[in-house]
Design a protein. Structure first.
Length: 264
């Protein structure tokens, strides 16, 4: 198994639709021992139920806007697992009202929230993961979307946050490479998750993707999970600072890049 003996922390599982859950299943299948987190009491039951499918994972609460909770998770991982070989960051959030209409109407608070949770949290978690990885190094993987590279209707402030996230991947890769820690992002095609359900017109975006992507299908969680398993394994040892698209080839297209109108 690719990840036998490896220890990983996965942040961002909300329910069975989460891309982070697809990653958890893939890395667990390959032998990784996992710690998983949940955000608040509302999601705790979902995560604990899903965790029954894993091999006795460590489960801990984590609000990525809280430095104290990030410190606590790092300490739990150190005590319960002895260290860390990889971190998966699958957190994204924007206020629902910011994901409709025009980007120019973004509020100051909406901008701050999206950047804090969807982008800065990667750097904050990485800073705490690095000491747990030790001299042997490790791997960090985050999740992004094409809306961080190109304009996607209604993605708005989340697209700007994803652009910041992708640039953070490059800076972190440069910082951490000398410590044998690799940092990469997976740009997945649109998938209906708790986070994406707030984007106005997501159903039409999914249909547009299915009919226009070169592979003529939507992205599934399993292929995102398998790509992450590759990246955190020794097979991905020469890759860092990259954004790898797992979207059926949709990102290579030109004239069909924009999603269809979200109103008739």
């Amino acid at each position: 198994m690719l990840l036998e003996g490896k220890r990983g922390l996965i942040v961002g599982i909300a329910n069975k639709r989460s891309l982070a859950w697809g990653i958890a299943k893939s890395v667990a299948r390959e032998g990784a021992r996992l710690a998983v987190t949940y955000q608040g009491e509302r999601l705790e039951r979902n995560v604990r139920k899903l965790a029954e499918e894993l091999d006795e994972p460590v489960i801990a609460p984590l609000d990525v806007t809280s430095d104290d909770e990030m410190d606590a998770v790092a300490e739990i991982v150190r005590e319960r697992m002895g260290g860390l070989d990889f971190l998966v960051h699958g957190v994204a959030f924007a206020l629902r009202e910011e994901l409709d209409g025009e980007f120019i109407d973004t509020s100051r608070e909406g901008y701050r929230v999206a950047q804090d949770i969807s982008s800065y949290s990667l750097t904050a978690l990485a800073r705490r993961a690095v000491p747990l990885m030790g001299e042997s190094g490790g791997s960090i993987v985050t999740l992004t979307y094409l809306g961080g590279e190109r304009v996607v209707p209604n993605y708005n402030v989340m697209g700007v946050a994803k652009a910041a996230l992708e640039m953070s991947v490059r800076y972190l890769a440069a910082d951490l490479g000398p410590r044998a820690i690799r940092v990469n992002a997976i740009s997945a095609g649109p998938v209906k998750t708790l986070a994406s359900s707030g984007v106005h017109g997501i159903s039409r975006m999914l249909e547009h993707h299915r009919t226009h992507a070169p592979l003529r299908r939507n992205t599934d969680r399993e292929e995102v999970g398998d790509t992450a398993a590759f990246l955190v394994s020794d097979l991905g040892r020469g890759i860092t600072g990259e954004v790898i698209h797992v979207d059926g080839g949709y990102h290579i297209l030109g004239s069909t890049l924009a999603a269809p109108p979200t109103s008739s």
